[in-house]
Design a protein around this ligand. Sequence first.
Ligand code: GAR
Length: 215
Amino acid sequence: MRLKIAVFVSGRGSNLEAIIEAIEAGAVGATIVTVVCNNPDAYAVTLAKAHGLDVFVLSHKGMSREAHEAKILEHLKSRDVEFVVLAGYMRVLTGKFLAAFKDPAGYNRVVNIHPTLLPAFKGANGYEDAFAYGVKVSGITIHLVDEQVDHGPILAQRAFPRLADDTLHSFRERGLAVEHALYPEVLAAIANGGVASLLLRDGHGHIEAVARSEK
Ligand code: GAR
């Protein structure tokens, strides 16, 4: 059975494109049953339509967070979505939304990609913030989503260097190449065996408990 995923986007959609290509190449056992976007002008919408995908565009402007999410949830239900994949979706999800994707094992079936080694440089400007700080090594994090911003159990991290002659542009390009490889790999693992195989134990054994109850 292929995992039914919804990909959430707000902008350019390069991660969406990488995921689409990996699925088309047979590398990920998932089907994108819908693409959700809060920005009608996003290139990601054009991209998704060009691939013949179901697209749900709903601007958040002039709507309460709850009302916006309620409409999206209704749509996801109609598409039978099993896992939500955030790919540059620049909105914070409420606990109510996450509760709709709570797995019996205790985590939320919502995954996010962030362009730094979390917990460093959370927020909307990860590349800029890490570059400006002068890090020599940065990286990409893919994590399950909880109610805090850019926070939740880590599924994968992959580092990349900042080179001496890097500009912000070349630094970001190196990171994006890592994003585009890592997200499909993690989604393939989720589709194959669930998140258990990707989780490590935290200091209190909580994450291990999630992993155990999933087996
Ligand atoms: C990506 O770099 C992603 O890691 C980042 O937004 C960009 C979206 O690019 N996400 C965050 O910063 C989340 N806090 P894309 O639309 O080309 O995939």
